[in-house]
Design a protein around this ligand. Structure first.
Ligand code: PMP
Ligand code: GLN
Length: 378
């Protein structure tokens, strides 16, 4: 059989988590918490099931959840989306990204992707006959060179994908970045796909700069979000996207033929849980404390780093420890030292830039302490 995606391999997240299990290693690779989601939220799911919310919900998601999300976006970013026509609840952000790309990218279209990039963007572009146009983020802080972005725009450019806070680097886009992007796109028909799954995990008093906040930009934007990341339940696979009606109409066509609708009782539970804004506003502080603990625990190690500004990932540079590449070192770290991480070159263009590993700090303090002990001995 001729593969439709010949260059695409098994996801590094699956590979590393399996390797961690096989070697009984501490798993700081795939991004998920090793602590429980709030009991209140679990109780809300049980209640929803007992109340009989066990059949198909509406394809766009349950009304009360759409309403609560729209209120949240209004209060945080000042943008008003229409509850009936401008929001869809999806099977995680993964489905939102897939449907958004599939709804618009066709054969010959170009899509600008900033590298390192999350691993689902490019295969989805290619599956639709599109061409990823890659731009490397620059320097230790992985900044976007907006002039370079401007220079690669052609009449074929259909979409640009951004991700803030950024997986795997933990960098964030500033207001100035967003204004530059808005300016660059203003004379084009390019769609902005904004992956904001870590919107509530942002540190050092920084503000998340959502594409929804910028009125001109929001008119061409699809913004994707994930409850799994926000509420410590990645296995519930529930997220959403918001976009102006003309874009959402097309996204829903793909959503209906891929999943139609998504898990019903979880939607009821999230709707209730979102009513208390503290449930998401408390997360930045919670994860900043985890980041600080982790960095403090490894401060005497041979690793160097720039503190993560958002997400629950921290990159560590290991040039002071070994010359081997990140894939080899990550493998050795699991097999010989019992600690799993993610090699960054897998998402990057610069193979030279392969001396960093990504560690997920969404873990109990005890796990972070054990992991740091290993890292400090290297
Ligand atoms: N985008 C990014 C940048 C991610 O890190 C992830 C993983 N959570 C996703 C999208 C997918 O999110 P979900 O688990 O909600 O499908
Ligand atoms: N987003 C998660 C990460 O970056 C993994 C999601 C997945 O396993 N596909 O680790």
């Amino acid at each position: 059989i001729k593969s439709k995606l010949p260059g695409t391999k098994t996801s590094i997240f699956s590979i590393m988590s399996k390797m961690a299990n096989d070697h009984n290693a501490i798993n700081l690779s795939q991004g998920f918490p090793n602590f429980e989601t709030d009991q209140k939220l679990k109780d809300l799911v049980t209640r929803a099931m007992e109340e009989g919310y066990n059949q198909y919900p509406p394809d766009s998601g349950v009304q009360v959840l759409r309403e609560e999300i729209i209120k949240k976006i209004r209060s945080l970013y000042g943008k008003e989306y229409d509850v009936d026509s401008e929001i869809t609840i999806t099977s995680g952000a993964t489905e939102a990204l897939y449907t958004a790309i599939t709804a618009f990218v066709k054969k010959g279209d170009e899509v600008i992707v900033l590298k390192p990039a999350y691993d689902t963007y490019e295969p989805t572009i290619k599956l639709n006959g599109g061409k990823p146009v890659q731009i490397q983020l620059k320097g230790d802080n992985y900044k976007v060179d907006w002039e370079e972005v401007r220079s690669v725009i052609t009449s074929k450019t259909k979409m640009i994908i951004i991700n803030t806070p950024h997986n795997p680097t933990g960098t964030i886009l500033s207001e100035e970045d967003m204004l530059q992007l808005q300016n660059i796109l203003s004379e084009t028909d390019i769609i902005l796909l904004s992956d904001e799954v870590y919107e509530h995990l942002i540190f050092d008093k920084e503000q998340h700069q959502s594409a929804s906040k910028f009125s001109e930009l929001s008119e061409r934007s699809i913004v994707c979000a994930s409850f799994g990341k926000t509420f410590h339940n990645t296995g519930w696979k529930t997220g959403y996207c918001v976009a102006p009606e003309n874009l959402m109409k097309e996204i829903r066509k793909i959503h209906e033929i891929t999943v139609f609708s998504v898990v019903h009782p979880m939607q009821r539970a999230y709707a209730e849980y979102l009513k208390n804004a503290e449930n998401y506003l408390s997360l930045s502080k919670f994860y900043q404390t985890k980041r600080d603990l982790f960095l403090n625990l490894i401060k005497d190690s041979k690793f160097t780093y720039t503190p993560s500004k958002g997400t629950y990932y921290q990159l560590l540079n290991f040039s002071g420890i070994t010359d081997e590449n990140d894939v080899n070192f990550a493998e050795r770290l699991v097999k010989e030292h019992g600690l799993a991480s993610i090699p960054v070159s897998v998402f990057n263009i610069n193979e030279k830039d392969n001396n960093q590993l990504r560690f997920c700090f969404a873990k109990t303090d005890e796990t972070l302490e054990k992991a740091a002990e290993i890292l400090c001995k290297l």
